[in-house]
Structure formats: C-alpha cells, structure tokens
Design a protein around this ligand. Sequence first.
Ligand code: MG
Length: 468
Amino acid sequence: MKNSVGLLWFLFSFFTLSGQSENPPNFVVIFCDDLGYGDLGTFGNPIIKTPHLDQLAHEGQKWTQFYVADPVCTPSRAALLTGRYPIRSGMTSSKRVVLFPDSSRGLPHEEITIAEVLKDKGYATAAVGKWHLGHLPQYLPQAQGFDYYYGIPYSNDMNSSNWGQYRKQADDPHYFSKTEYFDVPLIENTTEIERPADQTTITKRYTERAVDFIEKNKEKPFFLYLAHSLPHIPLFVSDAFKGRSKAGLYTDVIEEIDWSVGKLIEALKKNKLDQNTIVVFTSDNGPWLLFKTHGGSAGPLRAGKGTTFEGGQRVPTIFWGPGRVKPGTINDLGSTLDLLSTFAALSGAQTPDDRKMDGYDLSKVLTNKEESPRKEFFYWAFGELHGYRTSQYKVHIKQREPVNYGRPTIVLEKPQLYELRSDISEKYDVADRFPAVVSEMLERMDDHLKDVEDSRPEQLSHVIKDFK
Ligand code: MG
C-alpha cells in the first residue's frame, strides 16, 4: 500500500513538473504597419492574394472585432508591448502624434513589456522590424527586454524631402519611389549598419532574420516580435514581387508579406515547433487613406488611420497554433492590449501587479473558444478619449476625419451613438433613440478618465505634450 502511494506520488509529480517545464509555448507576433481591415483575402479582399494568411485563419482563429489601443504607430506599439493604454505610459501626443527622428525620449524604462515578462520565464526574445518607441540607443528594444534587434527605429517615410512628392504621386498605383529618398537607418542591436536602409529588400531581410532566430532558439521557448515596416508608405517590394500581382504596388507589398508569413510557418514546421507555437498576425492601425492607391482598404469600416472610427482601430487579426488554438471565427471583443496577459497566462509568467493594466487574458478563448472576458473598449487618440464601446454600442464624443489627419480634434456638440452589429460602417447615429444607453456609456467614460488621471505619472506630461 505504502509503495503504491509512493508510486502514484512519483507519477503525479513527474507529469506535473514535466508538463510545466516542457510546455511553455513560443509566441510569434507579426505586426504590420497601416494594414487595413479589408486588405486580406480572409477578411474579404477580392483582389489581394494572401493564401498563407487565409490558411492560418482557416486552421486557427479569425478575430473580427479586434482593436488596437490607438490609431497611430507609436502609441499603438507601446500599448501592445505593455498591455496599457498609452496615456498611462506617456506614449501619446496631442501635437506631434508619433515619435520623430529628433525626439529625445522613448518608451519609459519603468514600463514592463511582454519581452520582459517572458524573459523572467527563460524565454529568448527578439524584435525584428520597425520599433518606433525611441530611436536613441538607450530606448531601442534591448532596453525593453529583447535579446536581439534588427530593423528600422522609426517610420520608413521619415527623414525625407520626398514626402510631399510621394503624396502627389499616390493616385498612381504603380508609382515606385527611390529608397535613397528616405534617409532611414537600419540598426542591428544598437549599431547602425546601413543608411539609408535599402527598403526594396526589407521584408525579405526581416524574414531571414526572423527565421534565423527561430532556428537558433528551437530548443528553448522564444518570443519573436516581427513588426513589418510595410505597408506604411513609401511602398517597396523586392524584384520577385514587383508587378507580380498586376494590381498595383500596394497589392504586391501585401503579397510579399503573405509570402513572409509562409516562410515563418515553414520554419516552425521544419523544426517541429508548430504544435507548441502561437502566431498572432495583426496591424498597428487602419489604412492611411490619405495615400490613395498606396494606402489600403478598411473594407466595410468607416475611415482609417488617425481616426477613432472603426477603420482606424479595428484590425484584421488571426491567432494560429494548431496544437493550442481551437479553430473558428471569434466575433467577441479583443485587443492588442490583451496580448501581455494572454501570453503570461499561457506561459505561467507573471502579469505586473504594481500598476494599472488594461488587458484581459484571452487564453481560454484561444484554447477553448470560451466567451471573451473583454466586454468594453476605450477609443483613445492623440492623448484624448474619443469614444467607448460596450456590447454592440459605440459612443463618440470627439472625432477626427481621415482627411483632417494632423488637424485639431473635433469636439462633438452632442454625443453620437452607433449600433455596430447592424451598422458596421457607423453610418447612422442613433443617439436620440437610446438616450439611456448614451448616458450610461458617458458615465463609464468619466470613470475611466478618472482612473487614468489617478494613474498617469506626472513626470511624463511633457512627453504627452510634444514627443520631444
Ligand atoms: Mg502605423
């Protein structure tokens, strides 16, 4: 009897401990820049061919109501990596919108990123692609928990005298600019290795580095953050993709990104990691409609990048992981804010408990298709709260029109209410029909503003003002 109890205890300990030590999943986040809700085959695009992404959506989960925390680059990235609205970290600005090459700051070191959370559990971590959370060496990814970095430190259109010209050409879908017009550095760890970065091969080279990182770390858990610098303008593709789609440069660019996704999946399968890896594919904000044929499509959604309409913040999102993720279409709410808590839950890592967090743990939705714990979403832009969603309702108190990008925010004379289930395009303001819903939602917004005010570190207020 004593022996059999001992044997049971041994077996129990063996399976429990080996289960914990063998199983922390790898995480790959593929984060596009300015890719619209309507730009993938699986999200309804009739022209752009994205067979690899369509396959991932088929085998994994396609999230139709997944949001980024801000409709522009810098704050959206800060939110994904920290699980906090950027107003809390100071990574949002009413004047300059994003960080620029003359900015002297970046994501505050006190912020805790997904890379830092997973590093505590022994993960290898790499950031490949666009960073945009501070370009000075002390703000690059290695200061935020990443072992390795390869990419451009800010947007691919910065340091350019050609921006205005590019904008004039943007109604020509085949217009191809010159990479030397955009004096953007390519950085490895903290060293500048190429300037200007040859953007024609950038998607290809990011992919090679990402595959290399997977190969080198196949024996231990890893977190790969692959933030493509495209399809943000200026658009570039490698020779193999130039003109391939016969549907314009934007389509060529997306098809090269889809090729890149295929290469990553191939590497995971080759190294027998596909059963224990979760791949997330999404975008940092909606399409940059100002750039006409060089900007993407938000599909049925209203407006695009720089606005808090759905087209600015609802992004095409896929979770794939054949050993972990239960396939299906998820119509519940989710956000890039939730990735930190979700990855922490799946890996046994610790979500920070010394600060306000804005994420929810989506792991049970992924593994078991349970209901999403996220029931609401706050639409922030340029350091201001514009709107709020709960259930099918969305209320707006402030707005920006896409053509007004860079112009002041419009404070609405009276709140607008949209019922997104029957009106995905935010066409019909039904505030007059549901006054009680509106006032309840406005109260919730007030509570949220108070909560943010209480938690915002005062010393960051100058960052919020101008991003200098
Ligand atoms: Mg962007």
